[in-house]
Design a protein around this ligand. Structure first.
Ligand code: EPU
Length: 436
């Protein structure tokens, strides 16, 4: 296993280009199963999760070409396999997005219950199930697999509510929306996720011939069609990667221009940064943090509370990184996680770096400290690893971030990009990982 070694104390400076969105491209790739024609995807990020999804699609019989610096082409066969391999799906939760397209196109799908980041608790799939059942599928769990079967005449459009106690479900909406494109008649999804990644998937489906209205709102209507066709799609930029680099600029006090992003996808984050009195400028497709000394009196971030919510609220996928920023604030801030109430595994590791953090029920209290100091820390999930790298950039001495495979799931070439901005960061092989 690899670790990242970060030498703290260098101010980042320069420009960084944002890759395509991980959470947009994964369901878009799964949409290839809805057609026998070719789905061509431009701007796909080079990430372990994308490779995992392509592995699942290959295993189902799809022909996959391209990748690396080229567009990815996926062509599903006339009769895709209906069962996914446990080992492949257990690597990544988003591979569960093949369930809806497979059952819609072939009438049956057996998909292993997903793996992926645990985020501090159990991640249910009841919403995916509820939506497919509303479309007439029978869904059961057997031997660790979710087995969905369409009724004899195929899926039928229906009206349904897909909200959860924690807001809407992103991949739940994606799965059911994909299935409904080929269902007979009209589907109305109430409580649909409004995330830009769901909108991007919906637009890709529209380009394939799907009839969808209301994208980006909690009410999405889909009129089923008998088949979908070929598409060339360029996925949206990754708003979480963009937000992470903006926070990196804010923490190190450097002028960092984050290029090729969509600032409108980060409205709440930018509002919070303003409140924290972090100087930055915004252009049509860039955000640039301005130079300052974030440890100097009067230039430290102002303590700024955040509560995570579904889009357009503050994203849960930037909560850990925000916490890293708040460890430098000139006072105490409160972070409330409403999407995944237990997504706080990074706190213990930030504490190892000297952060003053504690839990009070559903809240995390963060008191800024004058300095962090490098230590060995362990990444528990993708965004937690990003937060630890950010903290390492401002900690004194070296921070060793272990189990860095998590970060490779969602950040393309993170150490190269940070190095290009002037960070001291290298990857090292760990022969014997600690056992807990
Ligand atoms: N939920 C249910 N039942 C369900 C599905 C979800 O109760 O059937 C609950 C979850 O437990 C959670 C809330 O609903 O409390 C939202 O979960 P959601 O289904 O939206 O999460 P997801 O679709 O599994 C996606 C992203 C996550 C991101 C969340 C929230 C992908 C591949 N993953 O997950 O991204 O945190 O939405 O925005 O799109 C990441 O990129 O690091 C990541 C974890």
């Amino acid at each position: 296993m690899d670790k990242l070694v970060v030498e703290g104390g260098r101010r980042l400076e320069g420009e960084v280009d944002i890759a395509g969105s991980k959470n947009a491209v994964l369901p878009v790739l799964a949409a290839a199963l809805l057609t026998r024609e070719t789905l061509r995807v431009e701007n796909a990020p080079r990430l372990a999760d994308v490779e995992s999804m392509l592995g699942v699609l290959r295993d189902l019989g799809c022909a996959v070409q391209g990748g690396e610096d080229e567009a990815i082409e996926v062509k599903a066969p006339e009769h895709p396999s209906q069962r996914t391999d446990w080992e492949l799906v257990s690597r990544m939760r988003a591979s569960f997005c093949v369930l809806g397209p497979l059952v819609a196109r072939t009438g049956r799908a057996e998909v292993s219950l997903p793996g992926g980041c645990a985020l501090g608790g159990f991640r249910p799939i009841d919403i995916h199930r509820k939506g497919l059942e509303a479309l007439g599928a029978s869904v059961r769990t057997e031997g660790g697999y979710v087995i969905a079967e369409a009724p004899p005449g195929g899926l039928r459009g229906a009206e349904m509510y897909l909200g959860t106690a924690f807001g809407s479900s992103v991949t739940g909406t994606a799965n059911v929306m994909m299935a409904a494109t080929l269902a007979e008649g009209r589907t109305v999804i109430q409580g649909a996720a409004c995330e830009p990644e769901v909108v991007d998937l919906g637009r890709c489906l529209q380009a394939m011939g799907a009839r969808i209205e209301g994208l980006g709102s909690p009410r999405v209507e889909i009129e089923g069609v008998s088949e979908l066709g070929a598409v060339e799609w360029s996925v949206i930029p990754d708003r979480i990667e963009a937000g992470t680099y903006v926070i990196a600029g804010a923490m190190t006090g450097g002028r960092v221009r984050v290029r090729g992003c969509r600032p409108e996808h980060l409205v709440t984050v930018l509002e919070r940064l303003r409140e924290a009195q972090i100087p930055f400028e915004v252009g049509p497709d860039w955000i640039e943090t301005q130079a300052r000394d974030p440890r100097a009196a009067g230039e430290q971030p102002r303590p700024t509370d955040v509560t995570t919510h579904p889009f357009p609220g503050f994203p849960t996928d930037l909560q850990a990184q925000w916490m890293a920023l708040m460890t430098m604030a000139e006072g105490r801030s409160v972070i409330t996680e409403r999407v995944y109430p237990e997504r706080y595994m990074h706190m213990a590791e930030l504490a190892r770096l000297g952060a003053d953090v504690r839990r009070e029920g559903a809240l995390a209290l963060v008191s800024g400290t004058p300095r962090l100091s490098g230590a060995h820390v362990t990444a528990s999930d993708l965004r937690a690893s990003a937060a630890l790298v950010l903290a390492g950039l401002v900690a004194e001495g070296e921070t060793h971030v272990h189990r860095v495979y998590h970060i490779d799931r969602g950040y393309e070439c993170i150490e190269e990009r940070l190095r290009a901005l002037g960070a001291g960061i290298r990857r090292e092989r760990v022969e014997r990982e600690r056992v807990e």
